[in-house]
Design a protein around this ligand. Structure first.
Ligand code: NAD
Length: 440
């Protein structure tokens, strides 16, 4: 099939490249000329494991192309995917300006039956709005399909190639069979497509993110209480997760969820609830807990060093909102570093892949390193914000020698408190009793 992917970001690039991998002709288009230029030079604008190889292979096979000419790509295609950003607005609702702009371009260039597929996460009713916008330009037949994306940054390629489920929202039989054919290579072992109506498909994406975020905030609340009553949330989590009715995934307490999806999608769903006079009480609490959690390590630093942190040097390990990506959008580390800067703390930060993005974001105010040990130089404390695997078993004696004070605040519970005690670190984690060495 000939496919146009509008929006070549974390979703569009992965989906476009993987669809080219199954033999389709894919034109990935974007209004960001610098991004397209990079891609045409064989460089990736994002970090995503396994993506470089797929992009290179399909470019070489002449199946994957990059361009800024959205109109021409729409005209040449049978399927047009909308994968542009839907960032949050001031009031929490999803900003649909990019989606609507694409709908106008599609309407102006419709030259025969096409299936318009929304990959972007959009509020319920957006598919109908896209349909109306396109229809205002043309009498040509077309179908609008909602096909929300469930890939996770860091595992995006594998998630797309081996999906748990493919949700397709449409009431158009022709579009249904085209989508079935498109996804056939990705569900060879079992039928993973769920056909639903358009609005239910749009809602499913929000409901899935809302449920996952709820589990995280729930555990963060339990961890908060564990600290007060002297329980260890790690033990509680194991006990809880071994109940098959609950399951063990998304039960890790930490410094709050971030990224480009959970925070914005929750706010958008809460907003939709308010618009329909159906307040989403649980989700409002989920967001509230997450806001508290993002301040957790700064609060713990204050409790340890006293109210004024000015003049301290703090190392931060991990900037991306989770391991496996360079995405800094709504990353808890970014929030924490901004708070530390405001309090007059000198921050030295490390991340294996997000360093360049962090330099662009923070400027000279924050020293950013790829090497985690460089960030520790003269540090009064280390904050672990992202659980990159290289941080899990570091050289602790080396760390102690580099740091000015042996204080670790572990926002991801990756270290063993007994080991920290043995090594003589002062250690604070999330929902676990602290380790404070005896005074000599
Ligand atoms: P992104 O910001 O990485 O990429 C969006 C791209 O769209 C940008 O390159 C931008 O330049 C381009 N764009 C904007 N307006 C355009 C226009 N009019 N024409 C052509 N290109 C245009 O965003 P993303 O993370 O890929 O997310 C895209 C959508 O997918 C969002 O709705 C998001 O909620 C959803 N989603 C994201 C993820 C994820 O993990 N990132 C997962 C599932 C769903």
């Amino acid at each position: 099939m000939v496919i146009c992917m509008v929006g070549t970001g974390y979703v569009g690039l992965v989906v476009g490249a993987c669809l080219a991998g199954s033999g389709n002709q894919v034109m990935c288009v974007d209004t960001d000329a610098a991004k397209i230029e990079m891609l045409n030079q064989g460089l990736l604008p994002i970090y995503e494991p396994g993506l470089q190889e797929i992009v290179a292979h399909n470019r070489q096979a002449d199946r994957l192309h990059f361009s800024t000419d959205v109109a021409a790509a729409v005209r040449a295609s049978q399927l047009v995917f909308i994968g542009v950003g839907t960032p949050p607005t001031e009031d929490g609702s999803a900003d649909l300006q990019h989606v609507v702009a694409v709908a106008h371009t599609i309407g102006q260039n419709l030259n025969g039956y096409k299936v318009i597929v929304t990959k972007s996460t959009v509020p319920v009713g957006t598919g109908d709005r896209i349909r109306q916008t396109i229809a205002s330009y043309t009498d040509q037949p077309f179908a609008v399909v909602s096909n929300p994306e469930f890939l996770k940054e860091g595992d995006a390629v594998q998630d797309f190639l081996k999906p748990d489920r493919i949700i397709i929202g449409t009431d158009d039989p022709r579009a249904r069979s085209i989508m079935e054919e498109l996804y056939a290579p990705f569900q060879r072992t079992s039928d993973r497509i769920l056909f639903v109506d358009l609005r239910s498909a749009e809602m499913t994406k929000y409901a899935a993110n809302a449920m996952l975020a709820t589990r995280i905030s729930f555990m963060n609340d339990i961890a908060w209480l564990c600290e007060a009553v002297g329980a260890d949330v790690t033990a509680v989590r194991r006990g809880l997760g071994s109940d098959p009715r609950i399951g063990s995934k998304f039960l890790f307490p930490g410094v709050g969820f971030g990224g480009s999806c959970f925070p914005k999608d929750l706010r958008a769903l809460v907003r939709t609830g308010r618009e329909h006079d159906r307040p989403m009480a649980i989700l409002e609490a989920v967001i509230q807990v997450n806001e508290r959690q993002k301040n957790l390590l700064v609060d713990k630093l204050r409790r340890h060093f006293g109210d004024s942190l000015a003049g301290l040097t703090v190392a931060v390990w991990g900037l991306a909102f989770k391991p496996g990506t360079d995405d800094l959008r709504e990353a808890p580390a970014v929030h924490t570093i901004q708070s530390l800067n405001d309090l007059g703390v000198r921050v030295r930060a490390a991340d294996p892949v997000a360093t360049e993005r962090a330099r662009a974001l923070f400027g000279p105010q924050v020293a950013c390193f790829v090497d985690e040990y460089q960030a520790l130089d003269g540090a009064d404390a280390l904050l672990v914000m992202t659980e990159w695997s290289a941080y899990r078993q570091p050289d602790f004696p080396r760390m102690k020698a580099i740091m000015a004070q042996a204080v670790i605040l572990d926002g991801r519970n990756i270290y063993s408190p007994s080991k920290m005690r043995e090594l003589g670190f002062t250690y604070y984690a999330v929902g676990r009793p602290p380790v404070v060495p005896d005074k000599p």
